[in-house]
Design a protein around this ligand. Structure first.
Ligand SMILES: [Zn+2]
Length: 80
């Protein structure tokens, strides 16, 4: 049947239309799962707002520290 021929039609390289559809469905499923996971972790992101990016002037350490931190976690020099 022409419909079956359509599904086995090469779309790109050696990928058939059927495979392309399967990949598309897989991609959508992964994309939705990713969005759900991100939503679940969005509360954690809110907590991360209590941290700030910091580069130490003394030892050049860089990373996230607590917004309420007063000294460098590496060299213990006070944050200015
Ligand atoms: Zn430091």
């Amino acid at each position: 049947m022409s419909v079956e021929l359509g599904w086995d039609m090469i779309v790109w390289g050696d990928v058939t239309l059927r495979q392309l559809l399967q990949y598309t469905v897989m991609f959508i499923v992964v994309f939705i799962a990713f969005k759900v996971v991100r939503k679940l972790f969005s509360r954690k992101t809110t907590n991360l707002q209590n941290t700030v990016y910091f580069v130490c002037r003394h030892c050049e350490w860089e990373g996230q520290i607590s917004k309420f931190g007063t000294q460098c976690p590496k060299c213990n020099m006070p944050i200015e």
